[in-house]
Ligand binder design. Sequence first.
Ligand SMILES: C[S@@+](CC[C@H](N)C(=O)[O-])C[C@H]1O[C@@H](n2cnc3c(N)ncnc32)[C@H](O)[C@@H]1O
Length: 304
Amino acid sequence: MKVAWGGAFFYSTTSRHGNARITLKVVFVEVNFCVICAFPCVQLRISMNHLKIINGDALIELGNIKTNSIDLVIADPPYNLGKDYGNSHDIQGFDDYIAFSRNWLGQTQRILKPTGTLYVFMGFRFISYLYDILDRELKMFFNSWIVWHYTQGIGKTRGFSPRHDDILMFTKSTDFKFNLDRVRVPQKYYRQRNNMRGANPGDVWEFSHVHYCHGNRQNHPTQKPEGLIERMVLASSDEHDIIVDPFVGSGTTLRVCQQLQRHAIGIELNPDYVAMTRHRLEAEFNGFDTVDPRMARVPLNLKP
Ligand SMILES: C[S@@+](CC[C@H](N)C(=O)[O-])C[C@H]1O[C@@H](n2cnc3c(N)ncnc32)[C@H](O)[C@@H]1O
């Protein structure tokens, strides 16, 4: 018999820069009773994941995080395409945007533990510059250039309609955390030489956008699918690890961390998005909003 109890509470404080910080604490207590011999087999599991949302500027707030203290950074910065995030931070001159990127990437490299990993979403215009900063200036280790393929989006009439975004995965050292078994997808075929626990998902990931009609869709222009973030969190961190998202937006990373028992620190400039994230974290959870279609595969048995 299992008895589980969970609760969540928020509290707010003020940072030394005068910005509001909102902290959500989620507590789970799980007691397992053996139905045969009851008392001697009682197990108590207490887990607490700590989610902190800072309403502030990533360039400042990352500077307050301790060096070598973070297991994973998932960053989805403004791509400098002029999107409306309720501020003017997505339209900077070329040199200003590179300086902005160099600044927060440098902070990221500093706060990651030696075993830590960075995933960064970026558009085609600036991705090569970010690669260069991470590789040559910050001496981080390239691991993967992930293509997030989606099946709907804006249509071009002259040229090919964009159907992917790029994500760079860099690690701080060659001794990084990576849990492949947690993110395997079912094999396409049953064969003895295949690992029937599943295949490596590869570096082309298909997840649909969260459609505007979807129940989990937030009022944010660039909300990312939870399934995408789930894969990064499962592969590159363990339960109770600490994850930083410097550009929270609608709170996708924090929501995933909440459900996967990770601690998380999120930073977001726009107070409306901070409030949106807070509501999202309080909402009932009915499963992640997106899933890799390959998870539905039943391997075809080619050989008896
Ligand atoms: C691409 S969106 C992130 C979307 C997010 N991954 C999601 O799933 O909703 C980038 C976010 O960064 C925020 N932002 C822009 N400049 C910032 C800065 N200097 N510090 C913190 N947040 C910033 C924007 O307000 C925007 O919400």
